[in-house]
Design a protein around this ligand. Structure first.
Ligand code: HMG
Ligand code: MG
Length: 286
């Protein structure tokens, strides 16, 4: 078992994961203000938006305008989610030096979310790789449905491990393990981490829990026990994935901060400013 971390790094995914499934259109200016408020809360990394097909995720079709409008702080990493070379090209044109790519551990979710198989997702990444290498881009990789798939049920570790291998071979620096449905529980989290951390160092992984069944905080605690020190979350817990029916928003960033305070773990985040950001965006969400 790795030691309990003394600092935790939050990747704030509210502006991307939080907003992507909100059906009523949120004005671009409101998103820019939200991200600026999150920057004032000193989140170490903010996932600003995604450069995906506007037909698939209409809410984030203003990705370029949002990216151009925000005020960037020098100590914060700003990341954009990209599904393919077109998205990566747009992200680079919008000034990003950090992107996140995504793939699923279950075939049906891969098809529903990206209209392609798992091997084809890897092919898309292979096409992107020379470009991200040439521009020295920091690349984070999400693996969705690592514990549960909304269509196929339980995911076995044997499906996840080869994908991790492939992502690291492509130069992905950090892998975020996604409980897309928010259904996993501490026992499942432990067994996957046991399998993964036998093979790779703990500091190469982050955990990404949606909080559909109120299990996310317990799962974060398990992650801490295993020495994981990067967690994805969303201020106010907004959001979900439109291609994972029934899934709720990400775990609230505030809840992780409270847990870290309890264990005397530093995060560097200003909670009052975080709450201001969450209340600002909440007025645009039904
Ligand atoms: P496709 O329809 O198979 O793509 O979609 P295509 O290559 O056949 O292109 C079709 C049209 O889309 C063309 O336009 C392309 O130009 C356009 P048309 O000729 O019809 O006018 N297009 C694009 N436009 C803008 N930006 C692009 C782009 N690519 C193609 N990048 C595609 C394939 C991957 C694009 C689509 O399936 C897609 O955008 N999927 C993204 C869905 C998504 O964003 N899901 C949520 C994010 S993942 C998530 O939430 C999980 C996570 O949080 C972790 C977890 O919780 O587990 C990360
Ligand atoms: Mg997610």
């Amino acid at each position: 078992m790795n030691p309990f971390p003394t600092t935790v790094r939050i990747v704030e995914v509210g502006p991307r994961d939080g907003l992507q499934s909100i059906s009523s259109r949120i004005p671009t200016d409101a998103k820019i203000k939200y991200i600026n408020l999150l920057s004032e809360a000193m989140l170490p990394e903010i996932e600003v938006t995604s450069f995906v097909s506007p037909k698939w995720i209409p809410q984030l079709s203003d990705a370029m305008d949002v990216s151009a409008g925000i005020i960037k702080h020098k100590n914060i990493r700003y990341t954009a989610l990209v599904p393919n070379i077109a998205g990566l090209t747009n992200a680079l044109e919008s000034g990003y030096d950090s992107v996140a790519v995504f793939i699923a551990a279950s075939e049906t979710f891969s098809q529903k979310n990206t209209n392609c198989s798992i091997p084809d997702s890897l092919e898309r990444m292979k096409i992107m790789q020379p470009k991200w290498a040439e521009h020295f881009i920091h690349v984070r990789g999400y693996i969705s449905t690592v514990w549960e798939c909304p269509y196929e049920g339980k995911t076995h570790a044997e499906k996840v491990l080869p994908i991790i291998d492939s992502l690291f071979e492509l130069g992905v620096r950090e892998i975020s393990l996604g409980d897309t449905l928010g259904k996993t529980h501490p026992g499942n989290v432990k067994s996957l981490l046991d399998a993964i951390l036998k093979r790779w160092p703990v500091n190469q992984f982050a955990l990404h829990f949606h909080d559909t069944y109120n299990l996310a905080l317990k799962n974060v605690e398990v992650g801490l026990e295993y020495g994981i020190s990067t967690f994805d979350s969303s201020a106010g817990g907004v959001g979900g994935c439109p291609y994972a029916p029934g899934s709720a928003g990400n775990i609230r960033t505030e809840n992780i901060l409270d847990l870290c305070n309890k264990f005397n773990i530093q995060t560097g985040i200003n909670k009052n400013n975080l709450i201001k950001a969450a209340s600002h965006i909440q007025q645009y969400i039904d």
